[in-house]
Design a protein around this ligand. Structure first.
Ligand code: IMP
Length: 198
């Protein structure tokens, strides 16, 4: 049976690497480079669902014959009422992970409640036109200082529940077996099994 092809709407090479490692041989992942798309994809909306949908729609309009996936991820910190949430990538305004982490640690300085979660919303638009959403959550805590050199984004300050390492201290294979993105992709994978090939 031919592999299901999925066009992943991201320019983020870390995400691409993670998703590619997670979905492995079950699907054929097409990148934006594969289809010659090099424009920025906007994330203008107030919810992860809307942003994921928008990114998938941009690609679906251009490549309607392909199945398109797009994801949006937010770090939701309890003591900050869910912030930075949809603003996670742009929290400090510079687009730099170091600045984002520094601002978050500063805003949490006086807080003993360090509970947080990463939430990924994945949107699939099938080449038949239907849209489906999948969600994955990784709960954990925010450390008081960064630790570890792996991963990306806020990984050095996020310690997933049940572990004593940050995402950045773990081997990629471990992060990719417990992460928010992994959980959302598992659901997508389960969904696609019943429809294969779509
Ligand atoms: P977006 O989904 O591209 O909007 O990404 C949101 C931001 O969340 C990224 O720029 C990263 O800073 C952060 N982020 C997303 N996924 C992860 C992750 O797995 N670990 C750490 N930070 C992440």
């Amino acid at each position: 049976m031919p592999l299901i092809e999925l066009l992943f709407a991201t320019h983020n090479t870390h995400k691409l690497r993670e998703v590619s490692a997670i979905i492995g041989t079950r699907f054929r992942l097409l990148t934006l480079g594969d289809v010659g798309f090099d424009e920025e994809i906007p994330e203008p909306h107030p919810t992860l669902h809307e942003n994921a949908l928008e990114k998938a729609q941009v690609l679906h309009r251009l490549f309607p014959h392909l199945n398109v996936i797009a994801e949006d991820t937010g770090l939701e910190v309890a003591a900050l009422n869910g912030a930075p949430g949809v603003m996670t990538a742009r929290y400090a305004g510079t687009g730099l992970a170091q600045d984002n982490m520094r601002l978050l640690l500063q805003n949490l300085q006086s807080s003993t409640n360090r509970a947080a979660q990463f939430r990924t919303v994945l949107a699939l638009i099938e080449n038949k036109g239907q849209t489906h959403y999948f969600e994955g959550i990784a709960q954990g805590t925010i450390r008081t200082e960064p630790s570890g050199a792996g991963g990306f984004g806020y990984d050095p300050i996020f310690e997933p529940k049940g572990y004593r390492q940050t995402f950045a201290e773990m081997p990629d294979t471990l992060k990719n077996s417990i992460s928010h993105r992994y959980k959302a992709l598992q659901q997508l994978s389960d969904f696609l099994q019943q429809y294969s090939p779509i």
